[in-house]
Design a protein around this ligand. Structure first.
Ligand SMILES: N[C@@H](CCC[C@H](N)C(=O)O)C(=O)O
Length: 257
């Protein structure tokens, strides 16, 4: 059977999108997902996302990393899925959908998609890094040589090392530009390499920088290799809430396999 797919990108974090409202996609086929995401033998992407029917909400998101395994939340993928839902006519300019970490609200205006992320109440502050879960697990640490740093080598060492081991964590390296602007490069678990952007990672960096008093702002710009993201939030008694991830999400091409 032929399968129509769409390729989307959000600040360079790219995804194969499939409309699976009719449940035609072979969801447990890890090899198929990784083959479609392969950059030489497949379409090429950091992940694959299924848009599925939901009884009460606009749609459901099912996210797979490029290695073919279903994973935790993908912020850029969620933003791209909202743009895809709009293109399919499933939504107009607002959406409420279910993902693995719960309900998400979103607003779309042209290419810009604002996605509400989960509230965060636990931010672990360690001597050299911060760890938090923004829908996906994120290790955040400063790296002033960020432009020349070997993200894949060091990211992989941290991702597979203690305390994360096989289950792993995404790893974000950060350089402060100003109180409102941070440069970020992310090693993504499940891609096992640096990606051009990571939405849950950008969110994690913004909250972490606030939690360790590197900023007092609640609208942070994150410069990532694929462009710019913004994260806004409110804090109440240590709870980060009303967290929004904001940035462009665009269709790259459509095809049939
Ligand atoms: N690209 C992502 C994060 C995707 C999930 C991650 N690879 C993991 O397994 O934790 C994003 O934009 O948030």
């Amino acid at each position: 059977m032929q399968q129509t797919f769409y390729k989307y990108q959000g600040t360079g974090n790219d995804f194969v999108m499939i409309d699976n409202r009719q449940q035609t996609f072979d969801k447990n086929n890890t090899k198929l997902v990784s083959a479609l995401c392969d950059r030489r033998f497949g379409i090429g992407a950091d992940g694959l996302i299924l848009l599925e029917h939901h009884d009460n909400l606009d749609f459901k998101m099912v996210y797979y990393n490029a290695d073919g395994n279903e994973s935790s939340m993908c912020g850029n993928g969620g933003r791209c899925l909202v743009a895809f839902a709009k293109q399919l006519g499933v939504i107009d300019d607002k959406a409420v959908f279910e993902a693995i970490d719960g309900l998400h609200h979103a607003i779309i205006d042209g290419d810009i998609v604002k996605l509400q992320m989960v509230d965060v109440d636990t931010i672990e502050k360690h001597e050299n890094h911060v760890f938090l879960d923004t829908g996906s697990p994120h290790h955040v640490q400063f790296e002033n040589r960020i432009d020349v740093f070997d993200i894949k080598k060091e990211g992989s060492r941290i991702r597979y090392g203690e305390p994360y081991n096989e289950a792993g964590s995404n790893v974000n390296f950060v350089k402060k530009v100003s109180d409102q602007i941070f440069t970020v490069r992310t090693y993504e678990r499940g891609v096992e390499n640096e990606t051009l952007s990571c939405g849950t990672g950008a969110t994690a960096v913004a909250l972490a920088m606030h939690a360790i008093n590197e900023t007092t702002d609640n609208l942070i710009t994150l410069q990532v290799p694929g462009g710019e993201l913004q994260v806004s939030f409110e804090v109440e008694n240590g709870l980060y809430k009303n967290v929004w991830l904001i940035g462009a999400a665009k269709l790259v091409f459509k095809g049939v396999i």
